[in-house]
Design a protein around this ligand. Structure first.
Ligand code: SIN
Length: 339
């Protein structure tokens, strides 16, 4: 590991005891993807070349700078992210355009989420979420303790009425010996793989989401995580606000209980669904390169870090999350809010 981080200004800091409120009440939100040109002509005219990573999820994009896109181009990014789940922009200058511009670009998509516990660069705020590993900070394996595997599939921070939408995640430093990819899985393709009879059952259900997530319990302890917990319910199958497609809106680390089910029924069904979304049939792995910015739609794809890199090596990634609308059920006729 090089002794100094490449981007020291982006090291995570957090004043002691500082905790922004988690309780973000419902608000009317905009979905820029809904007004985008379906042909993505602004992106294409700007020079974007698109290559699908797999047929069902992921598109790699070269030849265009996110930092220079006009609003029509940003709308098209939201639409494409909703359609493809995750977009991998290569050779970007985004890491070097400065805090203000980074924040302004993501804020175009909606008000920004403030992370309850993760660190942020000094001089910014909890709208920046720094994911940082080195020999002192440790990594996800250090945080979670001994386990056989560390995949932690989730959608970020879904315990409020409005939920995360077009999220930006950019890399500053990659582990020297490789690894530290991020994996994504399509929640729309996961839904489409189910039988019509099973879909009918799921379409009527809703899920309880809580901020006392696996990650937060590990970070701040069970007592504090439960004391500060904020929760809400969302339909288990939502209508994607941009594509209109049904999406299997499970969240293994945050959404713990199916409303109206007894605990064993809920645990059993959720275990099946959590295993189901991990399938390689509809997931992909994103390998970070210098200059990579990942943009993904959190209603269309869940993600997991892959903490397979060598202990002590530095990995430095930063994320900003905008909020989109409150998810609506995909099939209002089948759905009952109480499950
Ligand atoms: C996360 O799980 O939110 C971070 C993903 C990563 O570090 O790749």
């Amino acid at each position: 590991m090089s002794s100094e981080p490449l981007y020291p200004a982006y090291l995570p800091t957090r004043p002691d005891g500082y905790a922004p409120t988690l309780d973000v009440p419902y608000f009317e939100a905009d979905e820029p993807g809904t007004r985008a040109d379906p042909l993505k002509q602004t992106l294409l005219k700007a020079g974007a070349s698109l290559t699908n990573i797999t047929p069902r999820i992921g598109t790699e994009i070269r030849g265009v700078q996110l930092s220079q896109l006009p609003s029509a181009g940003l709308d098209e990014v939201a639409l494409l992210a909703a359609e493809r789940g995750v977009l991998v922009f290569r050779d970007q200058d985004f890491a070097d355009v400065g805090f203000q511009k980074q924040q302004d670009i993501v804020q175009y998509y909606g008000p920004l989420h403030k992370h309850p516990t993760m660190g942020y660069p000094a001089g910014t705020g909890p709208e920046f979420h720094v994911v940082y590993a080195d020999e002192t900070a440790g990594n996800l394996r250090t945080l979670l303790g001994p386990h056989t595997t560390y995949d932690l599939w989730h959608v970020d921070q879904t315990f409020t009425p409005n939920v995360p939408s077009t999220t930006f995640f950019w890399v500053l430093e990659i582990p020297e010996s490789g690894g530290g990819d991020t994996a994504f899985t399509s929640l729309t393709a996961a839904y489409e793989a189910l039988s019509p009879a099973f879909r009918q059952l799921l379409g009527g259900l809703s899920l309880y989401h809580t901020s006392a997530s696996v990650g937060e319990v590990a970070r701040v302890g069970m007592e504090r995580a439960l004391k500060e917990a904020v929760s809400t319910t969302h339909p288990l199958v939502i209508k994607h606000p941009v594509t209109g497609k049904p999406s299997l809106f499970v969240n293994p680390t945050i959404a713990r209980k199916i409303e109206g089910f007894l605990p064993e029924e809920s645990d059993h069904l959720l275990k099946f669904l959590h295993d189901h979304i991990k399938s390689l049939d509809f997931s992909c792995r994103v390998k970070w390169e210098k200059g990579t910015v990942v943009v993904w739609d959190q209603r269309a794809a869940a993600h997991s870090a892959v903490p397979d890199f060598k202990d002590g090596e530095r990995r430095h990634v930063v994320r900003i999350i905008p909020y989109g609308i409150k998810p609506e059920p995909a099939f209002p006729g089948q759905f009952s809010a109480s499950g």
